[in-house]
Design a protein. Structure first.
Lengths: 168, 112, 113
């Protein structure tokens, strides 16, 4: 079985499971519609799901993924309290600016997850990514340092070590 | 001057919240829906006066996410789960619309 | 009983954060700052409301739809914010006067030369 067909089969099974969760699967009409829709979806877009690279030390990576999720939710709660404080303060004490940070991640998935995490955590918003030079441009609502190294340590350092374990 | 405006706004908001949660007689979910509709008024204010096109785009994008929560609470109040379907599809469409408008704003064509 | 208390308190928290986010959309000075406040707070608030609905409803179709909504919001809203911010910067929408640095514009200029 080729990698593409394996990927299509995985998408098909997942789609049928989601359909079973959303509707009453015991009726025969729902079951038929669900199978047809899952087949169409997996034929059209199924080949992008698995890329067929070697997967080593899967359980260790899943463990780091769960740890990353918990860490991320905690950072996100801090971010929201910080923004709520800024918004209800009478003088709106912000000091915005656009800075850039370096990253060591190379896989596209890892870069996307890093950029999305930076957007959802305290005071930072990813504006652009330069994958060739591995530079992220970030709008920071409360600039504390303008050199590349210092801001890399303050912004990217929170996630990069864990993402390295998960994706690389 | 600015702090005077801030204080006035605080008083008005506190009065409105008092009116909503204490004076207004109704179900607790109805009170929460009122808060949501008031937030939606703020978003529409930004859509109306936003100085540039990007401001309006931001407001519309945020409105799409806000609506999902509102529809979830309406569904909870009516004991109907098809409101959640509407919410999911609304979120999908508003996400795609945001991407398309941002591309047009940037001056690129859609198949880029 | 404890399930209802937990769900309702999550819904209250979510609505409070939604309101703060929208307040930020009105009060903050330029596009990028508004995008920051609005994206973070409204995403977190809506996700909180949906999680509360899931806890109240349990493993019914309603609850599953709420869970799907959480996953979708978390994937979609940072991407939309990133695209809007980049489009705004490319069309030269000015930053607020109290901005400290703008290294993105500096780099764009050096690339054009």
């Amino acid at each position: 079985m080729t990698v593409q067909n394996k990927s299509r089969l995985t998408v098909f099974v997942l789609a049928v499971l989601v359909w079973a969760a959303l509707t009453d699967i015991r009726k025969i009409e729902e079951l038929i519609i669900g199978l047809v829709v899952a087949a169409i979806v997996s034929l059209l877009a199924g080949k992008f799901f698995l890329t067929g690279e070697r997967r080593q030390r899967l359980w260790r990576r899943v463990g780091y993924g769960v740890y990353y999720l918990i860490h991320f939710i905690w950072e996100m709660i801090k971010a929201n309290v910080h923004v709520a404080y800024l918004v209800i303060h009478p003088r709106v004490p912000i000091k915005p600016g656009i800075i850039k940070i370096k990253t060591n991640l190379s896989r596209e998935t890892a870069l996307t997850v890093l950029a999305n995490s930076i957007t959802l955590t305290p005071g930072t918003l990813t504006i652009d990514i330069d994958p060739a030079k591995k530079i992220l441009y970030i709008h920071w609502i409360d600039v504390q340092s303008t050199t590349v190294e210092e801001s890399t340590r303050q912004i990217g350092g929170r996630f990069e070590a864990i993402l390295m374990e998960v994706f690389e | 001057m600015k702090s005077v405006r801030w204080f006035l706004g605080l008083i008005i908001l506190a009065a409105l919240f008092y009116a909503n949660f204490v004076v207004f007689q109704g179900d607790i979910l109805a009170k929460l829906i009122n808060v949501y509709l008031f937030s939606a008024l703020f978003v529409l204010y930004r859509v109306l006066i936003g100085p540039s096109a990007a401001d309006r785009l931001v407001a519309v994008d945020i409105f799409g996410i806000l609506i999902v929560g509102l529809l979830a609470i309406i569904g909870l109040a009516n004991e109907n789960d098809f409101f959640m379907d509407i919410g999911l599809i609304w979120a999908l469409l508003s996400f795609i619309a945001s991407l398309a408008f941002a591309k047009i704003l940037e001056g690129r064509s859609l198949d880029d | 009983m404890i399930r209802e208390t937990l769900g309702m308190s999550l819904i209250f928290l979510g609505i409070a954060f939604d309101f703060f986010g929208v307040l930020g959309l009105v009060r903050l000075p330029d596009v990028y700052n508004r995008l920051q406040a609005a994206t973070k707070c409204v995403t977190f608030g809506s996700a909180g409301v949906l999680l509360g609905v899931f806890i109240l409803k349990g493993f019914t179709p309603f609850g599953f739809k709420a869970l799907l909504g959480i996953v979708f919001i978390f994937l979609a809203s940072p991407v939309a914010a990133h695209v809007i911010a980049r489009a705004a910067h490319r069309t030269n929408i000015p930053l607020t006067p109290s901005t400290v640095t703008d290294q993105y514009a500096d780099d764009q200029k050096t690339q054009k030369k």
